[in-house]
Design a protein around this ligand. Structure first.
Ligand code: ADP
Ligand code: MG
Length: 473
């Protein structure tokens, strides 16, 4: 049975958090992404070779303890290092943490180590001991408000004040990658937990929920599973879109949803799109998703990004000149998760080299991780950036419109897709209203011709290229 690497890694993080300071935890462990768990081997992705070496030099004992506690004495950790050149990741580096005394092997399929949390050893829930799976680092205080998230944030604040009582039930927050959905729902959970200690708060992501459910199904413990969820006062289900196509899990969630809703318990969900666009869901579930409030989070504008940068640096006690924060807010144009990575790198370099953070250092740091972000440059990102820069409608640019003011940005976007992605000409055409490869070739030639003959056009395209590649010099 599939085991959620997110769950395994979250459990490891709990052990790690107890053993390293908050600042080190945020700097060295938060940026890690769990990739997969295969038997006893957990693979994690680290942002750079430097990062990997730092972990190995400084945190082996704590990593070992975490892996042994969670995966048992034969547990192993593998790193996948994002390399600085090219789009490929370096082959995984395997680090074997050998047996050292008795490990506490946990049932991997269950995915939970805490008895109060586990549906398989169900007891009456005690709000003081239940593992809410909340990360205390996420709060309203450090969630910067901007036009991009105002509605969602105020809805979150309202729900946190009166869970289950407002009409925002369920509260469904949706938006793209790294816009702050998880941060916001966790902030709601933390706020309720601290203001209303008698409430049982539970955060689960979709894979946790699915794995628990499948395990309960296999072990004939569905009633326990349902009983467990019935006791919860605030249920947060993150990334609900991944329940798509999982008929049985959806059915169980439907029942839990109804039970909680009927008894005035609060439900909060996040998704990458609004319920109307969710595919692979039972209609009755979708209709319930729309009962309360649906609010979107958009990508942050320049000012919000600036405020996020300043807040994060302040929290880490690091001084950063305005020109540096402005430079970062402008240059890191993918998403806030990438921004987090950039800021963390900046913090390591500043700490390691004991240097003041100035523009030069910021450029240096950014240059070293540009390629990582670049490898994420997607057709979507190119299309969006080009459409914004030419001030044309994104859908029109991706579609069939033949007007010159749309055709030129479309050709420019195709040109960048050819330069910055691995896509074939045919696949690029597919992404622009199903055009064939000869149209793409024609577009590339047109752009190159225009660049030769029109210096203004060339300057525009060059600027866009810099923005897309985040060339910093
Ligand atoms: P999502 O769940 O939407 O993919 P996350 O909540 O994981 O995004 O956010 C990505 C990163 O950006 C996190 O480190 C989060 O703390 C940070 N972040 C997002 N939005 C904000 C905000 N408004 N203020 C401060 N930090 C934010
Ligand atoms: Mg998230």
């Amino acid at each position: 049975m599939e085991v959620s690497c997110g769950t395994v890694w979250n459990d490891c993080l709990e052990v790690i958090r107890e053993n390293v300071g908050e600042e080190n935890f945020n700097t060295w462990f938060k940026p890690i992404t769990p990739l997969r768990v295969d038997g006893d081997v957990l693979t994690i992705q680290v942002p750079s070779q430097f990062f990997y070496e730092w972990l190995e030099d400084n945190y082996v004992p704590v990593l070992k303890r975490a892996i042994h506690t969670v995966l048992g004495p034969t547990g192993r950790l593998e790193y996948s290092v994002v390399v600085d050149s090219g789009n490929q990741q370096a082959p995984a580096v395997s680090v074997n943490y050998p047996v050292n005394g008795a490990g506490n092997r946990r049932s991997a399929v269950n995915g939970f180590g805490n008895d109060d949390y586990s549906p398989f050893s169900y007891k009456a829930l005690n709000p003081h001991t239940v593992n809410s799976r909340l990360n205390a680092a996420y709060s309203f205080d450090n969630f910067v408000e901007g036009d991009c998230n105002r509605l969602a944030r105020s809805a979150g604040v309202a729900v946190a004040k009166k869970p289950g009582i407002t009409s925002f039930n369920p509260l469904m927050l949706y938006g793209g990658v790294g816009v702050g959905k998880t941060h916001l729902v966790q902030a709601i959970g933390n706020e309720i937990k601290s203001n209303m200690p008698s409430k049982v708060v539970l955060y689960v992501d979709q894979s946790d929920f699915t794995n628990q459910f499948l395990n309960a199904l296999q072990n004939h413990k569905l009633q326990d599973f349902q009983n467990f969820y019935q006791q919860v006062d605030l249920l947060i289900l993150d990334d609900v879109q991944f329940l798509a196509g999982r008929e049985k899990t959806q059915e169980m969630f439907f029942h839990i949803f109804n039970q909680l809703h009927q008894s005035g318990k609060q439900i909060i969900m996040t998704s990458d799109c609004p319920p109307r666009d969710m595919k692979g869901f039972q209609e009755r579930l979708l209709s319930r998703f729309k009962w309360g409030l649906t609010a979107d989070l958009q990508e942050p504008d320049f000012e919000t990004k600036l405020a996020i940068i300043n807040r994060k640096m302040q929290a880490d006690g690091i001084q950063i000149p305005t020109e540096v924060s402005e430079y970062l807010a402008y240059s890191v144009d993918t998403n806030l998760r990438d921004m987090e990575g950039v800021l963390n790198s900046l913090i390591f370099h500043a700490t390691l080299l004991k240097k003041e953070i100035d523009l030069e250092l910021a450029k240096e740091v950014l240059k070293n991780i540009i390629k990582e972000i670049q490898s994420d440059v997607s057709v979507d990102f190119i299309q969006k950036t080009v459409a914004e820069s030419f001030k044309v409608d994104l859908d029109a640019m991706k579609g069939k419109v033949k007007k010159r003011e749309i055709v030129i940005p479309r050709q420019v976007a195709m040109y960048f897709c050819k330069r910055y992605t691995q896509l074939t000409l045919a696949l690029i055409g597919e992404n622009f209203g199903g055009r064939d490869h000869s149209t793409v070739i024609h577009a590339l030639e047109s752009v190159e011709d225009m660049m030769k003959t029109d210096p203004n056009f060339k300057a525009t395209v060059d600027d866009l290229g810099k923005k897309l590649k985040m060339r910093v010099n």
